[in-house]
Design a protein around this ligand. Structure first.
Ligand SMILES: Cc1cc2nc3c(=O)[nH]c(=O)nc-3n(C[C@H](O)[C@H](O)[C@H](O)COP(=O)(O)OP(=O)(O)OC[C@H]3O[C@@H](n4cnc5c(N)ncnc54)[C@H](O)[C@@H]3O)c2cc1C
Length: 237
């Protein structure tokens, strides 16, 4: 963080858990000074980890909300920072608005990697790929599942495995594809991946071990049997 004593607010770029923690940290030492938090998302900071544990919960948004604005923070949603003017000590937003800062915190996090094979070519309306990271992604997934789509979860790491288990426990058992022999095979030692495979199968998840996608066509052919043509394929990233 760079600092300078002016009347300008503290500006936080990023509405994730780090952005929220920064706001609370500043508030502990600056009781009244204005703090502006900018996020590209449609809601203020929230806890991301619960998203993959209970993605279909109807009260998900309320449960994960970190209530950052209750700390007297001006939370601005759908506000993308396009440029940082270090000399002028201001950030410039996508819509051209410029905001000066007294102190600037950068907490822009990360975005899911969407590999080339998961990018749906024009005209392939029967295949939809959702990356899974945000509250909006969870809402989109819930919408597809309610329409009757059977998802193919791609990725047997923590997020993909949690997502598959949570969907199955909600009565919407998906397929789960991963290149390893068992889910969590890359992150946990034996026997845990084998135990996890047994657990997921018991929940009704269709396991697809040894699956490394190379093209959108192979992705489409892995869609679960029961999937309607417009099946969702959330990336467990
Ligand atoms: C589904 C899921 C489950 C997870 N489960 C766990 C778990 O169980 N345990 C665990 O330890 N970790 C878990 N994680 C990881 C953990 O959630 C992340 O490490 C954490 O959210 C990172 O927080 P962050 O604030 O640094 O970044 P992010 O959460 O990525 O937030 C970055 C924010 O910056 C904003 N932003 C980016 N660019 C700009 C810009 N130009 N202008 C304005 N705003 C911008 C974005 O809109 C976003 O709001 C999980 C992650 C996911 C997605």
């Amino acid at each position: 963080m760079t600092t300078d004593r002016t009347d300008a607010p503290f500006i936080i770029v990023g509405g994730g858990m780090a952005g929220d923690a920064a706001a609370r940290g500043i508030r502990m030492v600056e009781e009244d000074h204005p703090i502006v938090l900018l996020t590209t998302e449609g809601s203020g900071p929230y806890d991301r980890p619960p998203l993959s544990k209970d993605p279909l919960a109807s009260d998900l948004a309320e449960r994960v909300d970190r209530q950052t604005s209750s700390e007297g923070v001006d939370v601005r949603t759908r506000a993308r920072v396009r440029r940082i003017d270090r000399k002028g000590r201001r950030v410039v937003l996508q819509d051209g608005e410029a905001l000066e800062w007294r102190g600037l915190v950068l907490a822009p996090g990360a975005r899911p990697v969407v590999p080339a094979w998961a990018r749906v070519p024009d005209g392939a309306e029967d295949l939809e790929v959702l990356a899974f990271r945000t509250l909006e992604d969870a809402r989109a997934l819930a919408g597809r599942v309610e329409e009757g789509c059977v998802p193919l979860v791609v990725g047997g790491g923590f997020v993909g495995t949690e997502l598959a288990a949570a969907l199955a426990k909600s009565g919407h058992a998906p397929a789960l594809a991963y290149p390893e022999d068992a889910p969590l095979g890359r992150v946990l030692p034996d026997p845990f991946p084998r135990l996890m495979a047994r657990y997921l199968e018991g929940l009704g998840v269709e396991l697809q071990p040894g699956t490394a996608f190379r093209s959108t066509e192979t992705l489409a052919s892995s869609a679960p049997e029961a999937a309607p043509r417009r099946g969702g394929a959330p990336g467990g990233v």
